[in-house]
Design a protein around this ligand. Structure first.
Ligand code: ZN
Ligand code: ZN
Length: 329
């Protein structure tokens, strides 16, 4: 089977890799159909690293996957032929984090396309059944959105967003928009902000109240969720949290750049919460995608075949789309 293998920084090739030879008990073999290109795939391709995760040996890219069950291992009760979304991180299941449900913080987690673990831009993947989720009624392309949607679902859950709260989401890229959808589903009054005019217009076209960064109504927000990782956005975001409100950090900026004013936190009773990936979110994420499939059409429209990925990433063409889906036959 073919795979998109990142040999090293800016050296991405499509090459033959061995197909999984068996499906062990408790696992499913999934025919990969659609893989969303994520910012992290682009970072590994362009820079060869994200923080302390460095590509040191060839690695298959991709972690946002929708596919079809091809084969089931012993003891698995999932239907062959069903469309599924795969949760990309497999935690150890034994440590304190795993046992208390915050398995996103498991130090032993093996996460697709995070060095040295291979990703899913390939023909087949064998995956534990408990991290495989039925996405009935969705296409594999739509199912691949369950991963980025999970980030938004988890951020909103951790931020304890309630009916009628005012929520500002900073950054109207894919994660910002999906987070805004999750906040809206919780009953929040949501505003999105971005520096890029095109993104503001896109968010408006989806029915959101969206504004150029630092503009919009003069309001304070119960929750500000930063999905940009940008220093200026976070500083401004902190200034528009109401006293007693919460600043939620989803975006990852460069080391040392995400500055928080502690005196302001203390004197206005603001709390800050960091968000790393997600846990126990896939069923909710799939349900949200089902409800918003019309609005999410733009997320699955731009598709490229696996063979074209190296030239596509090299050309920067992906920058013109909210999301690009790599299709695999
Ligand atoms: Zn992603
Ligand atoms: Zn663990």
């Amino acid at each position: 089977m073919k795979a998109a293998v990142l040999r090293k920084m800016q050296d991405l090739v499509i090459e033959e890799v061995p197909e999984p030879s068996s499906t062990p008990p408790g696992h499913v073999k999934v025919a990969v159909k659609a893989v969303g290109i994520c910012g992290s795939d682009v970072h590994y391709y362009k820079e060869g690293a994200i923080g302390s995760f460095v590509v040191r040996e060839p690695m298959i890219l991709g972690h946002e996957v929708g596919g079809i069950i091809e084969e089931i291992g012993e003891g698995v009760d999932l239907p062959v032929g069903a469309v599924v979304a795969l949760e990309p991180g497999i935690p150890c299941g034994k440590c304190q984090h795993c046992r208390t449900g915050e398995y996103n913080l498991c130090p032993e987690v093996r996460f697709f396309a995070t060095p040295p673990v291979d990703g899913v831009m390939t023909g087949y993947v064998v995956h534990p059944a408990e991290y495989t989720f039925l996405a009935d009624g969705l296409t594999p392309e739509e199912a691949s959105l369950a991963e980025p949607m999970s980030v938004g679902v988890y951020a909103c859950r951790e931020a304890s967003i309630h009916l009628g709260q005012r929520v500002a989401v900073l950054g109207a890229g894919p994660i910002g928009i999906l987070t805004a959808m999750a906040a809206y589903a919780e009953g929040a009054i949501v505003s999105l902000f971005d520096v890029r005019k095109k993104r503001v217009e896109f968010a408006c076209s989806l029915g959101f109240s969206a504004w150029p960064f630092r503009q919009g109504p003069d309001l304070k927000y119960d929750r500000v969720i930063d999905c940009s990782g940008n220093r200026d956005a976070i500083q401004w975001g902190q200034s528009v949290v109401r006293p007693g409100g919460k600043l939620i950090l989803v975006g990852m900026g460069a080391k040392g750049s995400m500055l928080i004013d502690g005196l302001d936190l203390a004197s206005r009773g603001i709390s800050v919460q960091g968000i790393f990936r997600y846990s126990n979110t896939f069923p909710a994420a799939i349900e949200l995608i089902r409800r918003h499939r019309g609005k999410l059409a733009a997320f699955t429209e731009k598709r490229i075949p696996l063979d074209e990925l190296p030239t596509y990433l090299a050309s920067n063409e992906y920058l013109g789309y909210i999301k690009t889906i790599v299709t695999v036959d």
